[in-house]
Design a protein around this ligand. Structure first.
Ligand code: GLU
Length: 285
């Protein structure tokens, strides 16, 4: 049975772009008699706020995009992420790194999907003392990991078959300095734990799936299909964002707008003035 998910981060209110993402995941599941799950990606301690989560629930009900089963919270799964991290360490695939963003930016010679590509400064440092490890982030040695797995493939429903290219990110952080997880590790483990068969998210996260496919192979997780949907963009081509004035769904709800009507317009491809759908094909490496 097909299972999709909507996985918002409670670091701000939802806006129309989120309504579109939730609608795509909801409708793909409903069209095939499957399940639509809701996951709250709330491990970004400094930015996550519980009051946004309450608003998400109200917004989704108001939009007519009800979810199936219990809501999952990443903050309750930290022990699972840490355990997977230990497994990867035991496989000799992670190494500690204490480089700062500024140091990485200064030493990087390439740009990746998330900015300057980590140049591998700490990759071959001899195992240090405990003091070295404390307060370090742990990075995945991507070349070594690919040696172990061999070439990997994955499929996006819209873009077709892909060869996994996790190396475009460089050696990604899997365990952050402040947390036994990172977005890549947590999202991959959660999709497996929740039995997600179709990972639905925006084209802006298309490159992340290369890394997730590698993690699935390393951790022996099932491989879903992916559906990266186009993004709602402003006239300058940039994603809708609350900080650039996209009205929040909560404000529209409280102003008495019709949430189901808003979703119906999105389904029919009718968007507010100045807003359009971008295929986001530039995200495909
Ligand atoms: N939490 C991410 C976001 O709000 C989505 C992650 C995902 O769907 O994998 O953009």
């Amino acid at each position: 049975m097909i299972r999709t998910r909507f996985a918002p981060s409670p670091n701000g209110p939802l806006h129309l772009g989120h309504a579109y993402a939730a609608m795509v995941a909801h409708d793909l599941a409903r069209a095939k008699g499957g399940k639509f799950r809701l996951r709250i990606e709330d491990i970004d301690g400094e930015r996550s706020r519980p009051e946004f989560v309450e608003e998400f629930f109200r917004d989704l009900e108001w939009l007519g995009l009800g979810w199936d089963g219990d809501v999952q919270f990443q903050s309750r799964r930290l022990a699972d992420y840490a355990e997977a991290g230990e497994r990867l360490k035991a496989m000799g695939l992670l190494y500690p790194c204490r480089c700062t963003r500024a140091e990485i930016a200064a030493a990087a010679t390439a740009m990746g999907p998330d900015g300057p590509v980590y140049p591998g400064t700490c990759r071959h440092r001899p195992a240090g003392s405990d003091g070295d490890i404390r307060g370090a982030a742990w990075r995945l040695d991507v070349a070594r990991a690919l040696d172990l797995t061999g070439p990997l493939a994955w499929t996006d429903e819209r873009a077709g078959p892909q060869r996994a290219q996790p190396e475009i990110f460089g050696d990604v952080v899997l365990l952050r300095k402040d947390l036994p997880a990172s977005y890549h590790l947590a999202a991959t483990l959660d999709d497996a734990a929740d039995g997600i068969t179709l990972v639905t998210r925006g084209m802006d996260l298309f490159p992340a799936s290369h890394v997730h496919r590698l993690l699935q192979a390393l951790l022996g997780l099932p491989v879903p299909a992916w559906h990266h949907h186009p993004l709602l963009v402003e006239p300058d081509g940039r994603k809708l964002a609350k900080r650039r004035g996209a009205p929040s769904l909560g404000d529209r709800r409280r102003a008495g707008e019709d949430g189901k009507g808003i979703v119906e317009a999105l389904r029919q491809g009718r968007f507010p003035a100045g807003i359009s759908l971008s295929e986001g094909l530039d995200q495909i490496p």
